[in-house]
Each structure stands twice: as structure tokens, then as C-alpha cells.
Ligand binder design. Structure first.
Ligand SMILES: CCCCC/C=C\C/C=C\C/C=C\C/C=C\CCCC(=O)SCCNC(=O)CCNC(=O)[C@H](O)C(C)(C)COP(=O)(O)OP(=O)(O)OC[C@H]1O[C@@H](n2cnc3c(N)ncnc32)[C@H](O)[C@@H]1OP(=O)(O)O
Length: 172
């Protein structure tokens, strides 16, 4: 059943200290996308800003589209893992995933003058790997991109808000 806007719980609000450019609620200069469940699908609705344009000012930039799809896919993998364990996103021991692979097919130009929507569905899952297929629509309902996002579960120290490389360096 679909949630009304007021009832929605956004995955990203539970990912405390996430500074990711696309999905970090703690990155003031980032896109700060928000994702939620709509039945078995996850949805992200985002209002692009004029500076998210491609060369023509009324078309959305492909890298920004990829960032939205990437982050929506990874956050969906994280939310799915919490849901599988019967927990709200962010409750208890942290679950983190990172993007291993992102494929975006740009089928049509995406209008910038209204909210875009990414809808993702789970297509493959093992203990470590999660694949979401993502459809991306412009505000007039045109399917402008389709994509796949492969996310891999990573150790919880990857979520250290002070940085990752000190953990990697100390392991080598
Ligand atoms: C480095 C920054 C990471 C940032 C994220 C960190 C923590 C999460 C924090 C917050 C999360 C909150 C929100 C989401 C955050 C960000 C969203 C945006 C996402 C990003 O912006 S994130 C930055 C870009 N991202 C990277 O910077 C990753 C660099 N990379 C690696 O760090 C490793 O590469 C890793 C960990 C991905 C895998 O390493 P690993 O050692 O765990 O994997 P392993 O080799 O064991 O493979 C196990 C199975 O996955 C298959 N497999 C592996 N890689 C594959 C590939 N590329 N394509 C197809 N299959 C692949 C194998 O074939 C095998 O498959 P099988 O099990 O069937 O044999």
C-alpha cells in the first residue's frame, strides 16, 4: 500500500552522519535525495535545480541523473537489508553498502522543469550483493533512463563519519 507524503519514512534520515554527495542528509551542499517504500518498489522524487542542467538549460545533466540513481539504488539495498531483519533503517547495528557497479541507459532527454522520479525494484540478492533495477521518469511521465545498481555490503567501519582510509591503511 502506498504511503501518503506525511506518513513517509525516508531511508536517508536513518543513515546518521552520512556525508554522501547524493544521499547524505548531513551534506548541506549535496543533493539530499529522499527515498521511501511504495509496496515492493522504492521511490525517489527529486526536484532538479536550474544548475543541474546539461548544455541546453531545459535538459537535466546525465551525471546528476546517475548520482540520483546510484544513491537511490544503494540506499534501497540498505533499506532492504534492514527490512529483511525486521528493523527500521538506522536502528541497532549499522548496515552499510557501497556501489560496486552502476549502469545507466539514457533513452531520452530528461526535462528539468519539474520533479523527476526514480522507481527501483529488487532483482537479485545474496548475503553480500544486492541488485536493483531502476526506471527514471521526467515529470511528464516519460521513461527517460533505465539503470541497474549493484551494491555490496561493506564493514560497518566504512560508515565512520570521520573517514574510511585510516581503517583501510591500518589493515594493510
Ligand atoms: C569508498 C567509499 C565508499 C562509500 C560508501 C561507504 C559506506 C557506506 C556509507 C554510507 C552508506 C549510506 C549511503 C550510501 C552511500 C553512498 C551511496 C553512493 C554510493 C557511492 O558513491 S559508494 C562510492 C563508490 N564506490 C566505491 O568506491 C566502491 C569501491 N570498491 C570497493 O571498495 C570494492 O570493490 C567493493 C566493496 C565494492 C567490493 O569489494 P569486496 O572485496 O567486498 O568484493 P568481493 O571481491 O569479495 O566480491 C564479492 C562479490 O561481488 C562481486 N563484485 C564485486 N565487485 C563487482 C563489480 N564491480 N561488478 C560486478 N560484481 C562485482 C564479485 O564478483 C563477488 O561475487 P560472487 O560472490 O558471486 O563471487
Amino acid at each position: 500500500m502506498s504511503q501518503s507524503e506525511l506518513e513517509r519514512t525516508y531511508f536517508q534520515d536513518g543513515l546518521h552522519g552520512n556525508h554522501c554527495y547524493g544521499c547524505g542528509a548531513w551534506n548541506d551542499k549535496g543533493l539530499q535525495i529522499k527515498s521511501f517504500w511504495d509496496g515492493d518498489e522504492s521511490v525517489c522524487i527529486y526536484q532538479p535545480k536550474p544548475h543541474h542542467s546539461a548544455m541546453p538549460p531545459d535538459v537535466m545533466n546525465g551525471g546528476t541523473i546517475a548520482a540520483i540513481i546510484d544513491c537511490h539504488g544503494v540506499c534501497s539495498a540498505i533499506a532492504d537489508a534492514y527490512r529483511t531483519e525486521g528493523r527500521e533503517v538506522g536502528d541497532g547495528e549499522k548496515i552499510w553498502y557501497a556501489t560496486a557497479s552502476l549502469t545507466v541507459n539514457y533513452r531520452k532527454p530528461t526535462r528539468i522543469d519539474g520533479p523527476v522520479t526514480a522507481r527501483a525494484r529488487l532483482t537479485e540478492k545474496t548475503d553480500k550483493k544486492t541488485m536493483f533495477e531502476v526506471d527514471f521518469f521526467s515529470h511528464d511521465g516519460v521513461l527517460t533512463c533505465d539503470a541497474s545498481v549493484l551494491s555490496l555490503r561493506v564493514p560497518s567501519e566504512w560508515a565512520d563519519p570521520t573517514g574510511l582510509f585510516k581503517h583501510i591503511d591500518s589493515n594493510s
